[in-house]
Design a protein around this ligand. Structure first.
Ligand SMILES: O=P(O)(O)OC[C@@H](O)[C@@H](O)c1c[nH]c2ccccc12
Length: 264
């Protein structure tokens, strides 16, 4: 069974919500990044969303842009990101969703990317700029390799499209708490429950909510509305601020977020 499905099945039986942590692969270096993702897993995160650094991350705010930049400067690329997963898999079973844009995947080779990502130990792929209408070939490949294709639903997604996306969803659905790019300070809008309610009747697939979540109160509010909480920029910021003790800083930061998610 895909590790993502196994985790959500367990969570469902415990009636617990998922905590999903995003970091950029290789930020600020290969070795520190490996320590960071091991620490995130040990702290109790249910899924790791790992960003493959890309030079033109159009949906990312400044914090994630700078993280990708640090990683690229440290020599990260797609192949090294897969090495990072391979190293992580020697010690940990936490599911990994690879987040990236279409461009680096095309550069690497679409088919070999899916094959190599699955072989390295990835469990899902989120290709930000691959619309579902154009995803047919990708989906076949992803399925072929046992990788789940994670889909985004935004507050601006029309209802017919929500239904289309929900019907074919795999692993979990990524519901954006609001429009715009990642990071940002505004609290996620309080109609998150309404957002989730737009999707729930059309799928059995768990719905996780992300964008702009940075403190335990928000995590708790979001965990009550959906099946999981996704936090990115606020974690990445800890790495930016504490390059010398990145893993410890990340652990200290996410522990209360995970507690808030689990007790929601
Ligand atoms: O950073 P935030 O606001 O906590 O949002 C999650 C996010 O970082 C992560 O899921 C992500 C990184 N890059 C993205 C681009 C688009 C959508 C989502 C993402």
């Amino acid at each position: 069974m895909n590790r993502i499905d196994a985790v959500f099945q367990q969570l469902r039986s415990k009636q617990e919500k998922a905590f999903v942590a995003y970091v950029a692969a290789g930020d600020p270096s290969f070795d520190v990044s490996l320590e960071v993702i091991r620490t995130i897993a040990d702290a109790g995160a249910d899924v790791i969303e790992l960003g493959l650094p890309f030079s033109d991350p159009l949906a990312d705010g400044i914090v994630n842009q700078m993280a990708a930049d640090r990683a690229l400067k440290a020599g990260m690329n797609t192949a090294r990101s897969l090495d990072l997963i391979r190293e992580f898999r020697k010690t940990h079973e936490t599911p990994i969703v690879l987040f990236t844009y279409l461009n680096p995947v095309f550069t690497y080779g679409f088919e070999s990317f899916h094959k190599d990502a699955a072989a390295a130990g990835a469990d899902g792929i989120l290709l930000l700029d691959l619309p579902p209408e154009e995803a047919a070939a990708n989906k076949d490949l992803a399925k072929g390799e046992g990788l789940h294709h994670i889909r985004l639903i935004a507050p601006t997604t029309p209802q017919e499209r929500v239904e289309l996306l929900a019907k074919d969803a795999e692993g979990f659905i990524y519901a954006l708490s609001r429009t715009g790019v990642t990071g940002g300070h505004g609290a996620p809008s309080d109609d998150i429950a309404a957002q989730v309610a737009r999707i729930t009747p059309h799928t059995q697939t768990p719905i996780c909510v992300g964008f702009g979540i940075s403190n335990p109160e928000q995590a708790s509010m979001v965990a009550k509305a959906g099946d999981g909480v996704i936090v990115g920029s606020a974690i990445v910021k800890q790495i930016e601020l504490n390059p010398e003790r990145a893993a410890d800083a990340v652990r200290e930061f996410i522990t209360p977020l995970i507690e808030a998610t689990k007790s929601a």
